[in-house]
Every structure is written in C-alpha cells, then in structure tokens.
Design a protein around this ligand. Sequence first.
Ligand code: G3P
Ligand code: MG
Length: 245
Amino acid sequence: MMIENSHLPFVIGHRGAAGLAPENTLVSLRRAKLEGAQWVEFDVMLSADAVPVLFHDDKVNRTTNGKGAVNKLDYATLSQLDAGSWFDATFKGARIPSFTEAIQTLAEEGLGANVEIKPFPGTTRETAEATCRAIHENWPDSVPVPVISSFDADAMVVARDRLKQLPRAMLFGRLPRNWQSIVTELDCCAVHASNRFATKSMVEAVTGAGYPLRIYTVNDPKRARALREMGVSSVFTDRPDLIRD
Ligand code: G3P
Ligand code: MG
C-alpha cells in the first residue's frame, strides 16, 4: 500500500470555501486559506477543447451566468463567464479557473490540495489523463504532494497507472460492501465518504482496516467534533471559519 500523506490537516476547505465564496474559484481557494484552512478540495472537469478547469456540475447554469453543458463550451468561452455573481454581487467577475491557474494559486497561498477528478459523463479517460498530465507538468515542489480522488473507479485506474507514486483516495457516497477490495485494487491509501452515511461502525471498519477516513461535507462544528472523536482524520467543509483544526 502507498504511504499516506501524514501531513493532511483535519480541516479541508470544500471547493475552496464554498459557504463563503463562489465554489471552485480562485477567490474561494484564497478565502479558505484566509479562514485558516491549510488544504482545499476542488473538482476538475474538461472544457470542450480538453482544458482541465475547476468545475463541479455537468452544466454551467447553477454557478455562472451562462447556460449549457461544460463539455460543449470551450475554455475561451468558459473563462469569460461570470462565476461569482450567482453567489453574491460582491463576487461579480470571478471566473472559472483553469486547473493550471489553481495550482499557481496553491503555490502563492501555501495551500495543499485534494484534486477530485470529476469527469463529464462519457469523458472519464480523457479527463483523468489531462488532470494527471497537468499535475505531472505543473505541480511545484513548494506545494505539498496532492491527494487524487474520484467517485469514478475508471478515473482512479488512470491515476494509479499514470501517477503511481501519488497518494490516491477512493471517493464513495455510502460505503459499498466491497469497499476494501475496490480500495486495494486501486492501490488507494485513504477513503473519502459522505457524512450522510458516516456512522461509528463504518468509521471503525475503515480505520480498523488501516485507512485514514475523510468525510464530506461537514459544516456543523459539533458534528465535526463527533466525527473526530470517532476517528475520522479530516472533514471537507464549506465553512472553514466555523470548523477549525
Ligand atoms: O471530494 C469530496 C466531495 O467534494 C465529493 O462530493 O459532489 O462535492 O464533489 P462533491
Ligand atoms: Mg468535490
């Protein structure tokens, strides 16, 4: 099994600091740092012309002033959209960043990152390949080694084969019965799973098998404390101002 990143903190900003700034934008990454987070999570998807960008949904409708499927819009178009006003007028002009721009911001801010590969449906291989290539070519020595994750097992196969030496975490909603064989097969060193299904026995099963468990999305400090007491290693939170290391 791969050696786990021992330096991941308890608090990981979710999509930057998605409760305080527009998700998956540079201002959101910076806001997470400002609120005390040392690490952030964000989602990486491909534009129509195969540029990796920070984006969560399949369509741009919810989080920008545009319309349509992400994989039908090229990077020049995506990067012109207003990805801030939907959240609050004060964020007008925030853009969808390229993954490369986000890596630069991590370096400027001294942030570590969990890179979630989020393929647009039907684009698993190219999304995972492009994300791995960008990490291989652009990741600065000054930024902690990233943790790569995905809900998509095929994306994790690509990450395992392309960036074998980097730590990987399998992402689950509810933990499937065969979670351990999936994690072993993909040579993952940690498990990421949903807060909705996190119970004491589930935490014990994962940590008892020797895997750090990180839980998303936790915005209630009491819940974060309870998870920590159960043995959860980290929580992904939209509100790093409320949940502290
Ligand atoms: O990586 C943890 C979490 O971000 C997974 O869910 O939908 O917010 O990407 P989602
Ligand atoms: Mg995510």
